[in-house]
Write a protein that binds this ligand. Structure first.
Ligand SMILES: *Cc1c(COP(=O)(O)O)cnc(C)c1O
Length: 398
């Protein structure tokens, strides 16, 4: 018998991933009584029709394992929703898979498609599960940096994207609308991504959980990559109910794509969670079919709250990068005397009673995000008012 010589039982490839910054900042908020604008979850419930449908399902026998690919009514609703909003056609039988949130769909996709050593191109700052899922698969991430522009948006260098492609590139993992920057990729940017995917014969996996959160003053509408010429065939399109219907704790997501891709992902997914959320699946089917009024009202509500928080941040001395979509606003701390976002966020509760997260933890190139912090505005207006009042008491340091 051998005894482990290492004190840490964790496999090496997962060691770079400590506790998430969200856990640290949420603990800090709890300890100091600060307003927590760190983690991106809403503080209100989703549509009443959806909640009623879940309660009804819970009391009418929908409590055992649902079918592996998801219940037919939800797969049907997912397909209809994509036809209705994006003109995309998926067969609910074979081209749609229900997952335990978008997070499981992303992990299963990477595990299903990447051999160890294969490369995954993603834009940094990236959503925190991406790096971990890539590492779990033994794959290698190839980040392309989004830089703030003089116009207050984020953009990437096309040459840097081109250079990221190579013989080991297996897929591009694209998040648009993008967390944490609030960037919505333009049709021109997507066209370049699509051309490179085809030139190098790689797959695209798209994380579109904010598909319904593009604000009316955005420079571009949301364009699913799968709608571009030649892309439906090589794209796995992922979304979820959590953000659109304010039910982040339900973890009902889905992946859509050509049958071969969906089948590959299903074969991995079945051994991760197999299935989840039996009584929640029919409720999400109800939510997806809600009239346009719901979607428009949802977006307008978040846009008003974005404006509320952005104005407060600007007044407090932050340089705000105006988000075109999502739940988040990022801001530069330089004018407030900030040199490092991690330090800044650790001191913010003491300085004014608000919690934010440093976005540098979502970059490989730490210097690129060193002076940027992220605030979530998916909170009730009175909570944001309180946060804005607290921010107004902050004085520059040093
Ligand atoms: C919240 C979020 C997810 C996770 O979605 P779940 O459905 O809760 O798993 C994935 N990607 C991005 C960019 C997110 O912001």
């Amino acid at each position: 018998m051998t005894t482990p010589t290492d004190t840490d039982p964790l496999v090496h490839r997962m060691r770079p991933f400590g506790t998430t910054i969200f856990a640290e900042m949420s603990a800090l908020a709890a300890r100091t009584g600060a307003v927590n604008l760190g983690q991106g979850f809403p503080d209100t419930d989703g549509p009443a029709e959806m909640l009623a449908a879940a309660a009804e399902a819970l009391h009418s026998g929908h409590n055992q394992y649902p079918p592996g690919p998801g219940i037919p009514a939800l797969r049907q609703a997912v397909a209809e929703h994509q036809r209705r909003f994006w003109g995309l056609d998926y067969d609910p039988n074979g081209e749609v898979l229900v997952t335990a949130g978008a997070t499981e769909a992303i992990a299963a996709a990477i595990l299903a498609l990447c051999e160890p050593g294969d490369e995954v191109i993603c834009f940094e700052p990236y959503y925190d599960s991406y790096a971990a899922s890539i590492a779990l698969a033994g794959a290698v991430r190839r980040p392309v940096t989004l830089h703030p522009t003089a116009a207050g948006r984020y953009a990437f260098d096309p040459a840097a994207l081109r250079a990221a492609f190579g013989p080991r590139t297996r897929l591009v993992l694209l998040n648009s609308p993008h967390n944490p920057t609030g960037k919505v990729f333009t049709r021109d940017e997507l066209t370049l991504i699509a051309e490179l995917c085809q030139e190098h014969d790689v797959y695209a996996v798209t994380d579109e959980v904010y598909e319904h959160l593009v604000f009316t003053d955005a420079a571009t509408a949301h364009v699913p990559l799968a709608t571009l010429p030649g892309m439906w065939e090589r794209t796995l399109r992922i979304s979820s109910a959590g953000k659109t219907f304010s039910c982040t704790g339900w973890k009902i997501g889905w992946a859509s794509g050509p049958a071969a891709l969906v089948s590959a992902v299903t074969r991995v997914k079945q051994f991760l969670t197999f299935v989840n959320g039996a009584p929640l699946q029919p409720a999400v089917a109800v939510a997806l079919a809600l009239p346009d009024d719901y979607y428009n009202g949802f977006r307008a509500g978040l846009q008003a709250r974005r404006d509320q928080l952005s104005a407060g941040l600007t007044a407090a001395g932050f340089d705000v990068l105006n988000p075109e979509g999502t739940y988040f606003v990022t801001a530069d701390i330089t004018r407030l005397g900030g040199r490092d976002g991690v330090e800044f966020c650790r001191s913010l509760p003491e300085r004014c009673g608000v919690v934010a997260v440093p976005t540098q933890v979502f970059y490989d190139d730490v210097t690129a995000g060193q002076r940027l912090v992220r605030f979530a505005f998916c909170k009730r207006p009175e909570v944001l008012d309180d946060a804005v009042a607290r921010l107004s008491t902050m004085r520059p340091v040093g």
